[in-house]
Design a protein around this ligand. Structure first.
Ligand SMILES: [Zn+2]
Length: 93
């Protein structure tokens, strides 16, 4: 039996299976990388979010990224997060 890997959304604090979440890491140049689910071992400190814009907003206002990912660019993060949600079909393209 394989146990699912569980992670906590930094927006709503719900614990979910990792593939259901979007992983966000900072790249070495200070940019943001939204890591596709097929690449779970991308380097760097990461944080997890539900594929949901309200969770992104909550996490931003709670300053959750400032702790895990200092220097993160909010505009770049939002653009890439939205692109990932479109890719997953969560929001309209
Ligand atoms: Zn969430």
């Amino acid at each position: 039996m394989v146990r699912p890997v569980l992670r906590t959304c930094v927006g709503c604090r719900q614990i979910r299976e990792q593939p259901a979440l979007v992983r966000i890491t900072a790249d070495p140049s200070g940019g943001v990388v939204v890591v596709p689910p097929q690449a779970p071992k991308a380097p760097g400190r990461g944080t997890y979010l539900c594929p949901s814009l309200p969770c992104l907003e909550k996490a931003w206002h709670r300053r959750a990224f400032r702790r895990a990912l200092p220097g993160l660019d909010e505009v770049a993060l939002r653009e890439r997060f939205e692109a990932e949600l479109r890719r997953r079909g969560v929001i309209a393209a």
